[in-house]
Design a protein around this ligand. Structure first.
Ligand code: AHR
Length: 315
């Protein structure tokens, strides 16, 4: 809050005006439709609250994120939002933010650092997401043998680690379901397609593949293209389950080319700004983890309507 002189119609009046809180946002990049939606929503949420958001795109590089956080600290921002590309290597810069008394809020991905180094983290239960995807497949295939290929997210990122774990938890004990290929597609559509092409080649042109589990929708969309080009029907010959709930995946479900997605809300900033406001106003410490919902959508959940709804929201 800073003292200011402002002019009224009749006189100059001494009053107080709230200056906008400045928040630095170190975003990973724009690797996926979900990431782009998160950036859009974060900007919308900041604008609605009159927050001055300083945006920095790290182009998928941790060193760029560390540099951005250091520059936010040097500027003396009121808070920092950090979507950490990988889980390790954050201790030093988080210590620096803590020393400068700048609260850091993690968005959508976790870090291995001590929780005392950040104010809170907003995200989903990433292991649970993998379990929901795995359980969908278990229910879908019943006792039939099923050879699964897996497109993993960015190596070393918390969603790649946890979504792999969750899926394995769900299929454990179902010996008819086997993961036969697993490789990273770095959460991108282009790499999802390239890696899926290699999987198809390795698995008898795709004839031996029963299902694809992709750690995000963009890789699934790229893989769908590869499956079609191999002369197979995605969604029928190959069951496809992924995570995010982006419009393009709903479109694929509406066309019968994908089977299920586990929604991850792109609105991480809303709960983050709420927590920060309470902290700024009266020092209220939020819980260390603010969990967002994860919900399974299948072809029976009006995929065209869900696509339209997300498009209306500007995703
Ligand atoms: O951290 C969330 C993941 O990052 C999303 O599932 C994926 O699309 C994004 O790149």
């Amino acid at each position: 809050m800073k003292k200011t002189l402002f002019a009224s119609a009749s006189a100059l009046v001494l009053g107080t005006a709230a200056s906008a809180q400045v928040v630095g946002f170190s975003q990973i990049g724009s690797e996926s439709g979900w990431r782009a939606a998160e950036t859009t929503v974060t900007n919308q949420q900041a604008e609605e609250r009159g927050i001055d958001l300083q945006f920095s795109d790290a182009q998928q590089k941790q060193e760029n994120q560390i540099a951005a956080v250091r520059s936010f600290i040097a500027q003396g921002v009121d808070a920092i939002l950090l979507a950490p590309v990988v889980a390790t290597g954050w201790d030093a810069v988080l210590e620096e933010a803590k020393e400068a008394e700048i609260p850091v809020v993690l968005l959508d991905r976790m870090v291995d650092s001590d929780p005392s180094l950040y104010l809170t983290a907003v995200g989903s239960d990433l292991v649970h997401e993998g379990e929901v995807a795995g359980q969908f497949l278990v229910d879908q295939v019943g006792d039939e043998p099923c050879r699964v290929v897996e497109l993993q997210g960015t190596t070393g990122s918390s969603p790649a680690i946890d979504r792999a774990t969750g899926f394995r938890n769900a299929i454990e004990g179902h010996d008819n379901i086997e993961i036969v290929q697993s490789q990273t597609g770095d959460f991108t559509r282009a790499q999802g397609k390239t890696v899926m092409e290699a999987f198809l080649q390795a698995e008898n042109g795709g004839a031996d593949i029963c299902a694809l589990y992709a750690h995000n929708d963009d890789m699934a969309v790229g893989a769908i293209q590869a499956i079609k080009e191999a002369g197979l029907k995605p969604g029928e010959d190959v069951t496809i389950v992924s995570i995010d709930g982006v419009p393009d995946l709903f479109q694929a479900m509406a066309a019968g080319e994908a089977n299920a997605t586990v929604e991850l809300t792109p609105n991480m900033a809303g709960p983050a700004f709420d927590a920060l406001q309470a902290y700024w106003d009266n020092g209220t410490e939020p819980p260390k983890f603010i969990q967002t919902e994860s919900r399974l959508y299948t072809q029976s959940d009006d995929p065209q309507g869900e696509y339209d709804r997300r498009k209306d929201l500007g995703y």
